[in-house]
Design a protein around this ligand. Structure first.
Ligand SMILES: Cc1cc2nc3c(=O)[nH]c(=O)nc-3n(C[C@H](O)[C@H](O)[C@H](O)COP(=O)(O)O)c2cc1C
Length: 212
């Protein structure tokens, strides 16, 4: 099947994003701009809208020093990036369900009665999750926010690298997060590119898609 290429703002952004591993170390991203990048990314969907992601933006020299030993072979990103964003899963994300639903009542998206019913239904449903199922489902949520975060950063003129090769066992404690509650899903370096990304290839749709 021949596919005719379409151009739209999103596919331009997606094509322009590349993993960048070396950044201009003189570029800092302000707290305000970083907050905008993250807030925009948080339009991502998540199971029950629980938004289980928690971010730690490591942008100070002291903070970077704490995580350096746990960045394995990803030292250039660590040294040159404006910040390292650590995306954690909150294993207790269910605790916020009533706050989330209360906000929906406040903004008149839902009434009090359906809020109460939904809250109890979600809590009952989630109570049956095994730790493995919880991890799988929240990793999926975090994958979605991470992708949006990288595209959001690109739209603000910054580059990123998703980093999975880090010491997951010790990362939470290194930056003062309770490791029993917070699991580091992914680390993302962010900054202004100081080199081009590698050219990469992708499968064609035909190679990876079945039609039934
Ligand atoms: C979950 C995940 C983990 C990754 N871990 C690393 C990593 O530890 N170090 C690194 O340099 N790149 C890492 N990458 C980046 C991939 O190598 C890169 O996305 C892939 O080669 C495609 O290149 P592109 O991002 O430029 O399109 C990771 C990507 C993903 C999605």
């Amino acid at each position: 099947m021949d596919i005719k290429k379409v151009k739209n703002p999103l596919n331009k952004l997606m094509q322009d994003r590349r993993s960048i591993r070396k950044y201009d170390p003189s570029v800092k991203i302000s707290k305000e701009e970083m907050s905008n990048i993250i807030q925009d990314a948080m339009t991502a969907p998540s199971g029950f809208n629980l938004q289980p992601w928690r971010f730690v933006v490591v942008d100070s020299d002291e903070g970077k020093e704490l995580i350096k030993p746990y960045m394995t072979f990803n030292q250039i990103q660590h040294e040159t990036s404006s910040a390292i964003i650590v995306v954690f899963i909150d294993n207790n994300s269910i605790e916020k369900i009533d706050d989330i639903l209360a906000a929906e009542v406040k903004y008149k998206l839902r009434d009090e009665e359906t809020k109460e019913k939904l809250s109890s239904r979600i809590k009952t449903y989630r109570a049956d999750y095994s730790p493995e199922r919880l991890l799988l489902s929240q990793m999926l949520d975090c994958g979605l926010i991470c992708m949006q975060l990288m595209l959001s950063a690109k739209a603000y003129g910054y580059d990123t690298n998703p980093i999975g090769a880090f010491d997951r066992e010790n990362f939470a404690n290194a930056i003062g997060m309770d490791k029993d509650r917070y699991f580091p899903a992914l680390v993302i370096s962010i900054g202004k590119a100081a080199e081009e990304g590698n050219d990469t290839t992708r499968f064609s749709v035909n190679e990876v898609t079945q039609w039934k």
